[in-house]
Design a protein around this ligand. Sequence first.
Ligand SMILES: C[S@@+](CC[C@H](N)C(=O)[O-])C[C@H]1O[C@@H](n2cnc3c(N)ncnc32)[C@H](O)[C@@H]1O
Length: 379
Amino acid sequence: MTPAYAVPTTRIHSPARDPPRIANPGTSTAAPPPAHETWNSETVSDHVILLSPSANRVYAGNAHQLVAAELEILLGGEVQTEPVTIAAVSYLALPVSELDRRTVTALGALSAFFAAFRRDETNLLPVEITPPDRLDDDLVTIPKYPGKTNEQFTRLLTNVALASMTRTPNGATSILDPLAGRGTTLSTGLILGHDVAGVDGDLKAVEAYAAYLRTYLRRKRLKHTADLTPVRRDGKSIGRRLDVTVTPDGASRPQSLTVFSGDTRQSAALFGKRKFDAVITDAPYGVVHGSQTDVRGVSGKRDRSAAGLISEALPVWAGQLKTGGALGLSWNSLGVTRERLTELATGVGLRPLESGPYLRFAHRVDSSIHRDIFVAVKD
Ligand SMILES: C[S@@+](CC[C@H](N)C(=O)[O-])C[C@H]1O[C@@H](n2cnc3c(N)ncnc32)[C@H](O)[C@@H]1O
């Protein structure tokens, strides 16, 4: 497999510098890999990370770049990774000799983590990394539907936003996805142990998510409650509200989920005084799924670019953040520029994070979607 990025490796022809092999007692007599394999002679790093095989499909060949930026943010910029190729397999090299607790936690949370190895002169030795997940990841991988945000990418966005908060929540961290669809961000937040809330303009999506959660929680025999109730104003039904609590096995407290059907620009009215540690959302891309565009109700007009919706909704979302909370937004940069988002966020009192790893998330999804991530903090 040829990586789509430039790999800073040097070809070494000396048998004494053969690339290390995966340590496996059952195959310890296997012949060493051929001496022509690529191997980095400049910096012999002490750990390497193998990413999930599907990551390059999700990020159109840019997986190492995106995941390296994610890890840098999770570790507070203290470590720089680089891609290496060992025996024709790509890894991210992590130049630390010991994995401290913080790094182990970050690796476990990482969106595309598959395995980590300590490397010495001749071997790759597996390192046990336990993800922080409270619920199985099939909660987020089972649903398949048009317009679903990829679950690996959602975890990356969630990690980046949560790591950018400047507040330390007193108790459970709360996440709002004000464009929740059928709940990829909400389920990701639950898996990571947080309380979650959402809004979506598509009533059918909220109903489908409610039905899915009910079946899933029952089938997994998890202690839970789930209620889908009408929301009325002035005697008229204006939508529905989903309330779920779930207590993961071994957990001491239930986690909560609340979703309203409704317009995202009404999100503050729907949630009242409740504020959140993070607002994390994947904005509509301005593309058509089936017969509908995914942007709803901008001044009664059909605005395929999502620019109008974001500009009208951002002040509402900013108002729902606690001080020290973070906004993490993924969007289609073919429809709205980063400069415009910066202007909008600054205008509502948010501080955009626009240096180093925060500018390395842009990637192509297809010819009409170039996705990027925008993060801003409420000081
Ligand atoms: C990119 S999708 C998010 C998908 C979601 N992350 C998932 O995986 O299911 C954008 C969502 O925004 C919703 N949406 C668009 N305009 C809206 C509006 N004005 N108010 C509320 N939701 C809206 C759409 O219904 C869609 O579910």
